[in-house]
Every structure is written in structure tokens, then in C-alpha cells.
Ligand binder design. Structure first.
Ligand code: IDP
Ligand code: MG
Length: 148
């Protein structure tokens, strides 16, 4: 089953939106298989956002993601990567549709509340940055027979 790394960014934690953001993804039927709170350091930020190194917004992005604690979650489910991207909405909250996390809660591209892996390949790379294999749990939910 597909997995995706979700980060509730510092603005989501500071604004008290952790529960509502997790709820939306849980309600969709995705399963939490790992979760922690951490304060990302510059080294981890640089590795997580390595593909953006050299872009004009890179330094601000690293400063922001390291400014205050985040929640890191691994969600698992059929098409988890695409479903989470759709639930998050456009990178720029000004363009994100209502009904999406960024569309409903954000206004600024630098404060867009949530990160979600953009491909299956990147999801496994990102999950490895934040979690050890032992921290990712395997369990059954009776509910899954009604979701799948
Ligand atoms: P994503 O988070 O929707 O995958 P990416 O293009 O991977 O978007 O960019 C990573 C993060 O960098 C975004 O979530 C956003 O916070 C920030 N970012 C992206 N583009 C810009 C920009 O043009 N100006 C400022 N910040 C940006
Ligand atoms: Mg991205």
C-alpha cells in the first residue's frame, strides 16, 4: 500500500490546526502508520528540500521550516500520495480551491501549513529522512474492509 510523508508545518502547529488537518486525512480513509513532533534542524531541512536548493525562496523556506516544531506523519493507503496532494490543494493558498487544506486555512505561499510528498519515489526518500523502519507500524483496522 502506498505511503506519503505529511508535515504539519510550524504555522499549522502555532495556529492550532493540527487536529483539523489530521482529521481531514483520517476522514478520507488514510491510515496513520507513524507520527512524531520534532523541531527540524537546518541539516534535515536542507536534505528534505534538497530539490529546491538554489531557488530564490530556498533560504526563507529553510528558515521557516526550522522556526518552530512540526508534526511529521506517515499516512498509508491506496493512492495516498495523490489523495494527499489533492486534499492539500495548490502550493499557493491564494490559488488553492475551497475545500482543500491550503484553500480553507492559508493565504500566503510561504505559510501554506502542510507538506505532502509529490511522488511515490520522493515519499520513500522523505519518510526515510524522518522515520526509522521500527517507527513505522503495521496494524489492521476493521474499517478497512469498508474503505477498500
Ligand atoms: P509543495 O509544497 O506544494 O510541494 P514545492 O514547489 O515543493 O511545493 O515548494 C516547497 C515549498 O516551498 C512550498 O510548500 C512553499 O512553502 C515554498 N515555496 C514554493 N514556491 C515558492 C515561491 O515561489 N515563493 C515562496 N515560497 C515558495
Ligand atoms: Mg514539494
Amino acid at each position: 500500500m502506498e505511503r506519503s510523508l505529511v508535515l504539519i508545518k510550524p504555522d499549522g502547529v502555532q495556529r492550532g490546526l493540527v487536529g483539523r488537518i489530521i482529521s481531514r486525512l483520517e476522514q478520507k480513509g488514510l491510515k496513520i502508520v507513524a507520527m512524531k513532533m520534532l523541531h527540524i534542524d537546518k541539516d534535515l531541512a536542507g536534505r528534505h528540500y534538497a530539490i529546491h536548493r538554489g531557488k530564490p525562496f530556498f533560504d526563507d523556506l529553510v528558515d521557516f521550516i526550522t522556526s518552530s516544531p512540526v508534526i511529521a506523519i506517515v499516512f498509508q493507503g491506496k493512492n495516498a500520495v495523490e489523495i494527499i496532494r489533492q486534499s492539500m490543494g495548490d502550493t499557493d493558498p491564494a490559488r488553492a480551491r475551497s475545500g482543500t487544506i491550503r484553500g480553507d486555512f492559508g493565504v500566503d505561499i510561504g505559510h501554506n501549513l502542510v507538506h505532502g510528498s509529490d511522488s511515490v519515489e520522493n515519499s520513500s526518500r522523505e519518510i526515510d529522512l524522518f522515520f526509522s523502519a521500527q517507527e513505522i507500524l503495521s496494524y489492521d483496522r476493521d474499517l478497512d474492509t469498508w474503505i477498500y
